[in-house]
Design a protein around this ligand. Structure first.
Ligand code: CAO
Length: 542
């Protein structure tokens, strides 16, 4: 038994590569060529195979460590004579420059002849791509007249499962391109001609790993390099899980460095392939862009934008400033406030009878006596009795500001968007005063004639959809307020009076509150009082 140290082989000039995965553990039985670790440089990901067989007794590296050629990786206890163990072979730097390579011995690899088109031009065919199916040419990476080095990418092929780069098997000048983007090609089909100073001495051996079922290899066939191969394709590098995101190792590495999720970035390469520039542009845009309604702050994942015209005709209109402002206020509140909504209904049968009896007087006063002024009157009483509902958080949550005034905001639906004029000192106003003010403020809101002062200073908001319909909804707290009352459509319902079902007009109420300030008990008491006030409006004068 002897102990042998396995070191990092020549990794093609990569200046230090990071250990991104350990594939074996101490005690594992290791065979020759078995991958030990995965290294990643800014150009490629590569598995480093063992040069010897035996038992792994020591792993000398950890994930995240930077390694260079010659760095010790592992100690393997080898049985018997090890003299015959081959030393790792160097891999050509060009080969590792952009891609991951697997080569095979010339005699066993499927070889493709580089036929001489003339004395100095050689045909480069589609290499063994591990499938008999036709694949599509999605990108021509070179043009006639270009000079390429061995290993340079010539074309990008894509099947329905994977994309792959075909590298030059030898260097020279491109004299003819025999395919176009969109062409379907199979193994052996001519791609292009490369003129070399002298025809290749030997047929280039072009072997690429078979295309995996679900992932795309970031591949390139190797120039004839003897075994053992240094790098094998790393599936995860080629395409991201099932998301079908096409990006090479360098792009993935950069994305990790930026902390960017690839799914958020649109690729500008063929078939949405992600390029480094796409990532850089994405990061730049994010830095320059102020937080918007769709851009999630605090690391929230973005809702990806979609091209809906793919599914049918669409029309795109720009949102009004008011609309966008409302959207960001709503989002801010929704994200910051732990909302709870409590539902109840008030029996407003008597209130409605009284309201109907006031119709003539309302006409005489030229006001519209809807349930709203009664609601605001009742709310003002409940707010007076439950001052926490008229408070706001301060000092980063350490203090509460209790407002000694009762100013109630009223959501008004206008063609321009939602507006919330504020009724000041609602507790000091009569139902008639409130009815007049509601009419005036709602009218001004609809005509966009509210002054900023008329929309400031609210302690609590009421949002009534009673004229529209519905049996309940979850209003969003109008921060920095801590509560909002949603009112839905009143309806006649059978209510058990202890002996019988009686038809009663029931008004659904939905109270949303900031649970940092108000607890369920507070809300229950507030709502119970409000319901009682509306059910017997005589209490409003008490
Ligand atoms: N149940 C049954 N009927 C109701 C009712 C209720 N809860 N509330 C109002 N009504 C009736 C009124 O009595 C009136 O009918 P009559 O003329 O027969 O009396 C009719 O509905 C229309 O009322 P209105 O809307 O003109 O007046 P209002 O005082 O009820 O409301 C205002 C005023 C400005 C609040 C309302 O017009 C409005 O804009 N509501 C929308 C608020 C909103 O958009 N909220 C959502 C914000 S979050 O997106």
């Amino acid at each position: 038994m002897t102990k042998q140290q396995v070191t990092v082989p020549d990794i093609g000039g990569a200046e230090g590569a990071e250990v991104i995965e350990l594939l074996v553990a101490v005690g594992d039985e290791i065979s020759v060529d078995q991958s030990l670790i995965v290294l990643e440089s800014d150009k490629a990901s590569m598995e480093i195979p063992s040069t010897v067989a035996g038992v792994l007794v020591e792993l000398l590296v950890t994930e995240g460590q930077e390694l260079a050629e010659g760095a010790p990786l592992a100690v393997i206890e080898v049985a018997g004579d090890t003299a015959a163990v081959p030393e790792p072979q160097a891999v050509d730097s060009e080969t590792l420059a952009e891609v991951i390579i697997e080569s095979a011995p010339a005699e066993s690899a499927p070889s493709v002849a580089a036929e001489a088109a003339d004395a100095v031009s050689s045909r480069v065919p589609v290499p063994d791509i591990g499938t008999d199916e036709a694949v599509e040419v999605i990108e021509l990476s070179v043009k006639v007249g270009d000079t390429v080095a061995e290993g340079d990418s010539l074309v990008v092929l894509e099947s329905d499962k994977a994309s792959m780069e075909v590298p030059a098997p030898f260097g020279g000048e491109i004299t003819e391109i025999q395919v176009s983007e969109g062409d379907s090609v199979k193994q052996g089909d001519a791609l292009l001609l490369i003129k070399t100073s002298a025809a290749p001495q030997q047929e280039p051996v072009v072997a690429v790993p078979p295309m995996p079922a679900e992932v795309a290899p970031a591949i390139a066939p190797a120039a004839p390099v003897p075994k053992p191969q240094v790098a094998a394709p790393l599936e995860a590098d080629a395409v991201e899980s099932s998301g079908g995101i096409y990006a090479g190792p360098a792009v993935r590495k950069l994305a990790r460095e930026f902390g960017v999720t690839l799914a958020e970035v649109s690729g500008s390469g063929p078939r949405g392939r992600l390029l480094k520039e796409d990532l850089q542009k994405y990061v730049q845009d994010r830095l320059n862009k102020p937080a918007t309604a769709t851009a999630g702050g605090a690391g929230l994942p973005l809702v990806p934008e979609m091209d809906f015209s793919r599914f049918g005709e669409v029309d795109i209109t720009q949102r009004s400033k008011l609309d966008k402002l409302t959207a960001s206020n709503m989002q801010r509140s929704w994200l910051n406030v732990p909302h709870v909504t409590q539902n109840d209904s008030a029996d407003i049968t008597e209130l409605e009878a009284f309201r109907a009896s006031m119709k003539v007087e309302a006409e005489r006063r030229s006001v519209k006596l809807t349930p709203m002024p009664f609601l605001i009157k009742a709310l003002a009483v409940a707010l007076r009795d439950h001052p926490k509902f008229c408070s706001s958080l301060a000092d980063g949550g350490d203090a509460l500001v209790y407002k000694k005034y009762i100013h109630i905001g009223m959501a008004v639906d206008t063609p321009a968007g939602l507006m919330v004029p504020v009724i000041r000192d609602a507790d000091k106003k009569s139902v008639w005063d409130l009815a007049e003010e509601i009419l005036e403020l709602a009218g001004k809101a609809k005509e966009r004639k509210l002054s900023p002062a008329q929309m400031q200073g609210g302690c609590f908001t009421i949002s009534s959809l009673g004229n529209i319909g519905g049996t309940g909804f979850t209003p969003i707290v109008n921060t920095p307020e801590v509560g909002i009352l949603g009112v839905s459509r009143a309806d006649i319902q059978p209510v058990w009076d202890g002996q019988d079902f009686a038809p009663r007009k029931m008004l659904p109420l939905s109270l949303s509150y900031d649970h940092r300030v108000i607890n369920g008990g507070d809300a229950g008491r507030f709502m119970t009082q409000l319901v009682a006030l509306l059910s017997d409006i005589r209490h409003l004068i008490m």
